[in-house]
Each structure stands twice: as C-alpha cells, then as structure tokens.
Ligand binder design. Structure first.
Ligand SMILES: NC(=O)c1ccc[n+]([C@@H]2O[C@H](COP(=O)([O-])OP(=O)(O)OC[C@H]3O[C@@H](n4cnc5c(N)ncnc54)[C@H](O)[C@@H]3O)[C@@H](O)[C@H]2O)c1
Length: 243
C-alpha cells in the first residue's frame, strides 16, 4: 500500500530536478501525478519515464492555471496535493539587479505561487481537504546577499504560506513551506561556473549537497496523511546550514 494511494498531485516545474524527484516518489507511493513546466521535451520525457501526465505551463499564466485545475477536476473529480515548485535563481546582488531580472524572478517565484494557491483553493475547499506545499528556500529564512531578488521572492513564499494556511485550514486544506538548503540540481550549476562549490560546502555542517530525493521525501510527508496536523509551518531540509 502506498502512502498516497488514491491521491492526485500537481507539481509545477516538474520536468527535472526536485519536481521530477517528487513526481517519481509520489507515483511510487500510488498518486496520479501531473507535471507541468515550460521545458516541454524534458517534461514529456520525465513524465513518460515515471508514468505521469505532462502539461506545458508557465506558472505566470493565470488563465492556464484555471484550465489545468479544471482538466484535473474533470479527469479525477479531485485534486489532493499541489507542489508549487517551479522557480528560477540568479546570483545577482542588490546594486546589480536590473528591473527586468527583478520582475521575472518575482513573477515566477512569487506570483506563480500566488496563482497556484488561488487556482486550487476552490476545488480543495469544495472537497474539504488538500495539501499545498510551497517550495521556498533557506533564502526565505535569512538574508540572501548576492541573490537579492531570489531572497525577496522566497521570503514572500514563506509569508504567503502562513496567510494561506490561516485562510484555508478552517476548510480542511493544509499549506506548508519547504526550505531546501543546497540541492544537487541544474539550479546550482552556477556555483560550479563561479568556482564556489568548496566554499559553500564548508558552510554546510553535513558537508555535502543534498540529492533531490531528500527533499522529495519531505514533500511526501507533507502530501500524505502523516502530516495531518501540520499547517502554516516551515520545514527545513538543509544539512544543518541554518543551524
Ligand atoms: N537547488 C537548490 O539548491 C534549491 C535550494 C532551495 C530552493 N530551491 C527551489 O527548489 C525549486 C526547484 O528547483 P530545482 O532545484 O529543482 O531546480 P531546477 O532548475 O532543476 O528546476 C526548476 C524547474 O522550474 C521550471 N521553471 C522555471 N520557470 C518556470 C515557469 N515560468 N513556469 C513553469 N516552470 C518553470 C524549470 O524549467 C525547471 O524545470 C525552486 O523553487 C527552487 O527555487 C532550490
């Protein structure tokens, strides 16, 4: 018996990285999984490999959010888990951050999460159950000098999680945030390009980056009934980096 038997999950940014790892684990635990992403080829390949459904979607597109949720409702009659996972990261400090980079980071990392929360609220309130998992970062727990827009967006995700939890929990819908440290995905390739992997590793008490599966396991806990009394909380998976 799987921990997600009978559940339906929607995972944004699911073509690769953490979203793909979450999709794979959720499938293995019995969930129907819908992966969305702007990376169509990679998304279709990942979905085919794990037995999920892929839908092309830019999380900044609100009309498409409504269409996707409506399609999932028609196909399944319920939607149990949303992982707001899609995101972008650029190592650019306050002074160097151009307006365009700021707007794009906020649009994807912050507005995308807002749109996702809003899009699934009706169906989850109607069914009086659901778990929404917002992927923030340790950058949403402390300052992010050197990645200014990213830090701002991830603090916003943490804040929106708490406000949404206050509004949705009375309807049986739980909302929590995950705060990964450094996870071995394409997102941190920039560290290699800048030659800063060693200096970052030195700041991690456990001494190494995480595998995406280590975040997926936490998402599984939050998506399943094992976390039935958790809402509005922050779940850190960072090898002790913020200790
Ligand atoms: N890798 C890390 O060290 C780390 C640490 C903390 C938090 N995070 C967060 O984890 C989440 C997943 O990142 P990852 O590590 O798997 O990196 P990743 O770059 O492999 O995955 C991010 C995915 O989001 C997708 N995406 C980007 N813009 C999109 C858009 N507009 N619409 C839909 N999809 C879009 C990308 O195509 C990609 O597939 C992100 O929110 C990221 O900020 C990552």
């Amino acid at each position: 018996m799987g921990r997600l038997d009978g559940k339906v999950a929607l995972i944004t940014g699911g073509a690769r990285g953490q979203g793909a790892a979450e999709g794979k684990l959720f499938r293995a635990e019995g969930a129907e999984v819908y992966l969305t992403d702007v990376l169509v080829d990679e998304g279709q390949k990942t979905a085919a490999e794990i037995g999920a459904t892929f839908i092309e979607h830019d999380v900044t597109d609100s009309a498409a959010w409504a269409e996707i949720v409506s399609r999932i409702d028609q196909e399944n009659g319920h939607l149990d888990v949303l992982i707001n996972n899609a995101g972008i990261f650029h190592m650019v400090g306050l002074v160097e951050t151009e307006r365009q980079l700021w707007d794009r980071t906020i649009a994807i990392n912050q507005t995308g999460v807002f749109l996702g929360l809003q899009a699934v609220s009706d169906i989850m309130i109607r069914q009086r159950s659901g778990s929404i998992i917002n992927i923030s970062s340790i950058a949403g727990l402390r300052g992010s000098g050197g990645a200014f827009a990213y830090g701002a967006s991830k603090w916003a995700v943490r804040g929106m999680t708490k406000s949404a939890a206050q509004e949705l929990s009375p309807h049986g819908v739980r909302v929590n945030s995950i705060h990964p440290g450094i996870i071995e995905t394409a997102m941190v390739d920039e560290f290699s390009r800048k030659g800063i992997n060693e200096s970052i590793r030195e700041r991690i008490p456990m001494g190494h980056y995480a595998d995406a599966l280590e975040v997926a396991k936490l998402a599984l806990f939050l998506g399943s009934e094992d976390s039935s009394y958790c809402s509005g909380s922050e779940f850190v998976v960072d090898g002790g980096m913020t200790a």
